[in-house]
Write a protein that binds this ligand. Structure first.
Ligand code: GRG
Length: 295
């Protein structure tokens, strides 16, 4: 199958399951659920859940096993975007080509919608793990996801990012921010896909390595797009990093070096993925797409 068709298939599978999860009974919490749905169905690329499905399919074939965890990752990612856009953080007006959650639902509900998505992600994963006859790989995955999203992962990275605004930071600090704020939640899907598929330790480590390299390449590309990207294609204004006085990879290392670094990281991903022959073509193509992307 053409890799783009495979991508569409994966996205449809994820969207179908998310529709199920959000087809929930509504009580007096209507405005909360509406705000959660507003962002989860706002048209994200679904990279993280797709990475989980693709990693899983390198080693096993019953996608239903990994799907709750893939959807949970998208919920966590979406919560982080809602909170990141708030006035107390990046104060952004547009996300995924639409007004940000707080612009539509107000700041209080936007904060709660983010909290709701984070908690619901764990509710979904734990409910699934509880029903498994052999829950160990599923609990292991929940542990990996909570670490990646938490204080030693995304939230840790976001904290250092926030504290670094308007300051000149060194390359090490920027590396910490990128590895934790962005790469951790790209690494987790690749790793948990392999864990849930009961892949070998070596395969799990390989997927983790691919995730780290891809996550870094993805963030450097994001920094590059904020300088030379097209606002229409991105669905948000360019130049926000400079406006928010953020240190970025191109600001520290220069634009040409950053572009080359993205390619270097991509090559290291190919080196590992090519060990998995044609089975890994999808992940190879997706990695290239992510570093070539314009949005
Ligand atoms: C608020 C705890 C907390 C964390 C926020 C993810 C994040 C940390 C901030 C987002 C800021 C940002 C633009 C980071 C760059 C990389 C990134 C995560 C981009 C958005 O991910 P995509 O491109 O977005 O996958 P879509 O909308 O397609 O899902």
């Amino acid at each position: 199958m053409e890799w783009k068709n495979q991508f569409e298939d994966y996205i449809n599978i994820v969207n179908g399951k998310l529709e199920q999860y959000f087809n929930m009974p509504i009580d007096k919490n209507n405005s909360l659920i509406e705000a959660m749905k507003y962002s989860i169905f706002a048209g994200g690329k679904r990279i993280r859940p797709v990475l989980a499905l693709a990693s899983y399919q390198l080693f096993a074939n019953n996608l239903e096993e990994v799907l709750p965890y893939a959807c949970a990752l998208e919920m966590i990612h979406t919560y982080s975007l809602i909170h990141d856009d708030l006035p107390a953080m990046d104060n952004d007006d547009y996300r995924r080509g639409k007004p940000t959650n707080h612009k539509v639902h107000g700041e209080g509900i936007a904060i709660l919608a983010g909290d709701g998505l984070l908690n619901y992600s764990f509710e979904v994963m734990l409910a699934d793990a509880l029903n498994r006859e052999n829950p160990k790989p599923f609990i292991h995955s929940i542990n990996e996801i909570s670490k990646a999203a938490g204080i030693h992962g995304m939230i840790g990275g976001q904290t250092v990012d926030l504290q670094s605004e308007g300051k000149v930071i060194d390359a090490d600090t920027l590396d910490y921010i990128h590895k934790n704020k962005t790469a951790a939640l790209i690494t987790a899907p690749l790793k948990i896909g392999a864990i849930i598929a009961k892949a070998s330790e070596e395969d799990i480590e390989n997927m983790e390595y691919v995730g780290k390299q891809l996550g870094l390449a993805f963030q450097i590309k994001d920094d590059i797009l904020d300088i030379i990207g097209d606002q229409e294609k991105l669905g948000k204004p360019v130049g926000s990093d400079e406006d928010n006085k953020k240190s970025t990879y191109p600001a520290i290392h220069g634009l040409d070096f950053s572009i080359n670094r993205v390619q270097e990281l991509t090559n290291s991903i190919y080196d590992i993925l090519s060990k998995y022959n044609e089975k890994s073509y999808f992940l190879q193509n997706l990695s290239q797409y992510l570093v070539d992307r314009e949005s």
